[in-house]
Design a protein around this ligand. Sequence first.
Ligand code: BG6
Length: 443
Amino acid sequence: MCIRDSLPADDKLDDQAKQTFASQLFYCRSNFDDIDGYKRLGDLLNKLDKEEHTGGNRLFYLATPPETDSTIIEQLGKSGLSKPVQQDGDKQSWVRLITEKPFGHDLASAKKLNQELAAVFQEDQIFRIDHYMGKETVQNIIAFRFANGIFEPLWNQKYIDHIQILVAESLGIGSRSEYYETEGAIRDIVQNHVMQVLSLVGMEPPADYNANDIRDEKVKVLRAIKALQPEEVNLRVVRGQYTAGTEDGKPAVAYKEEHGVNPASTTETYVALKLFIENWRWSDVPVYIRTGKHLPKRSTEVTVQFKRVPHQLYTPTETQGLVPNRLTMRIQPDEGISLKIGAKVPGAASKLSTVDMGFTYNDAFDIELPDAYERLIADCIVGDSTLFIRRDEIEESWRIIDSITEAWQKAGAETVYPYAAGTWGPKEADVLIERDGREWDNP
Ligand code: BG6
C-alpha cells in the first residue's frame, strides 16, 4: 500500500499537503545485520541533510521484532549512525532512538537490552516509549494531583481505603497470537501501562516538572513495591484465559482456538492482582489491578476509594445503597473524572443516595484529544523525555513482574482459570477482592 493512500481521508489534510508529505518520504531497504545497509542509510541521510536542510538531526524508531533489537542497536553503533553529525559553527545536531515495547521479556533480558543501548547511546538519547504516557488523561493525573490544593491532603493511607486500576478490553487478541502467546496479559499490559499509571497515582510531589524530577518520583513508587513471594502470588494474583463467549454481542472463540495459539496454551488473557506500595504514604492501602481481553467493554480507569466516615449519623436503612466516596479517573473512553458523593434524597425521610460529580473532556474542552503517539513523537523531536520510561523504571517494574511469572512457572496449568469471553473475568478474581470485604468497581 502506498503511504499517501494510508493518510486520513478526512478534510484535515488537503491533497497538496498529502502530496508534499509523501514526497518527503524515502525508503532504504536492508537486512538488520547488514552493515552496508546502515552505510547506505547514512549516505541517504547525509544527502537529504544537504537537499532538505534537515540540520543532521536523526530519530531512529525501533518498531521491530524484539529479537532483532540487539543487532540493530549494535549496527547503529558500528556504522557511526548513533553519533551526531558534526555541524558547521556552533550548531550541534542530535541523534535519538525510540524503542517500542516489549522492552525485554523479563528483568534479565531488559537489563541486557539496557546495557546494549548504553554501549551505543547516552541515556538522554534513548526514548523508551509507553503510549499510555502520551494519553492526555494519564498526564492529567499529574495535573489533577499537583495543580489542585484540595485532593493532595487526602491522598494517603489516612483517607484512602484502596485503589483500583482497570484496563479492560472488549477485543480478543486479534491476529497477534505469536506475540501474545509469549507475553500474556501481565507482560503486555501490567508491566508497562499499569505500572506507569500506578507510579503517577502513587508518587510524591516532584519539585519541578522536568524529566528527572518526575521520573525520580515515579521510580520510588516502583521501588516501594516488594517482589512477591510464591505464597503471596497464590493469594494475591489470579490469572485467567477466555473461553468461547461473546464480543460486543457477537460470538467469540476461545483463546485456545484462536489462529496460531497452542491448543494447550496456559497464557493468561486476564490477570487480577493486589499490590502494596510499602511506604509512609501508602502503608496498608491495597492497589487492586485488573486487565483482560474479551471483557464486557473497553474501559481504562483508576478508582480511588476513600474510607467511610468515622461516625455514621444515619441508620443502615437510610444509607442502603450508599457507596463510599469514590474518585474515578477515566482514562478512556468518555475521558474525564467523577467523584461519587452521598446526597440526601429529597423528601421527608432521611434517605441517602449516591450521586456523581464530574467533568468530561468532551464537555469541558471543545477540542479533539490528540493521539498518544503524536504527543510522544513530538516530545522526542524536541528532546523532552519526561513522558518516556527511564532505564531504572523499566528494571524496577520487571523485578516485580518476574516475581509473579516465576511463581506461575512453578505453579502449573491448573491455576489459569477460565472465563467466558464477554464476562468480567474468572470468579476467583472476585474472591480475591471480596475476601478483603471490597468489590470491583465495574464501569
Ligand atoms: C498495547 C497492547 O500495548 O496496548 C495491546 O500490546 C493493547 O494488547 C493495547 O490492546 C491497548 O492500548 P489502548 O491505547 O487501546 O488502551
